[in-house]
Write a protein that binds this ligand. Sequence first.
Ligand SMILES: [Zn+2]
Length: 305
Amino acid sequence: MPELPEVETVVRGLQSVLPGRRIVEFRSGKINVIKDLALLGDQIPGSRLVAVRRYGKFLHLELEPRASENARLFILIHLGMTGQLTVGAADEPVAPHTHIFFTLDDGRELRFRDPRRFGRVQIVSESRREELLGKLGLDPLEASAEQFRKQIANRRARIKALLMDQHVFRGMGNIYTDESLWRARIHPSRLGANLTAAEIAKLHSAVQHVLHEAIRLRGSSVSDYVDSEGQNGEFQLRHRVYQREGKKCSRCGTKIRRIIVAGRSSHFCPQCQRAPRTRKLRKKAPRRHAERRIKTAPVTTKTPE
Ligand SMILES: [Zn+2]
């Protein structure tokens, strides 16, 4: 599933070709990836693209306001599980599962392909964009060490869940969460509130290191992900834990394990990332005392008689 580094790679590719181009035609096939088809068909042809940006895992293409209106419009795109956004010659063969075509004034075409169709494309006003994106949390690449610490400290949720919660940090998913936790030597089940300040600082730099490295290698191609030119990324070759269950940890040789944390599959090294102490033992102890008291009670009442 495309996460921050994959979306950033696509955005950087599109930034070098889209700004300044006019969309001359809009065509669509399978439409359940499109939220508002009529509006897209009405507003897009003739519009000039002025900017391409990433916000969390969302891409947005900004359109130049039309002479008659002042309002800015944006094409907001989420790649979902298998979405691909590529630019190529309009006469290139069309890959199966290509659902949207934006023909550009230079003869090329921006295409949206999505085999599993969890992606979404919609046209939104500036206020609607703020409404949708304003709910998202901090960008982990932009967060200072102190901002990062404040998002985690005192929260009684698993660190794995906190890193993946888009309202806490925008852009992280399973791959980069597992890789960052391994790098920082933190078990995915630890609670945010139980991490020390030093551990959070280590995690902050691990997250930034992993994300920067993944962007440098143009993302991880683990399912259908490709960049804007249709090329695979290379960061999957550097994964240390993600989808490496049963393989040796590159740091200590212990076998990587996979467990479910907060409903998500999590890969970690049981030696480098020590599990938190479970509460089970502490909970059981008082129950045993209670049982003993019940058993002894009739004996004590009988003795005085
Ligand atoms: Zn290890």
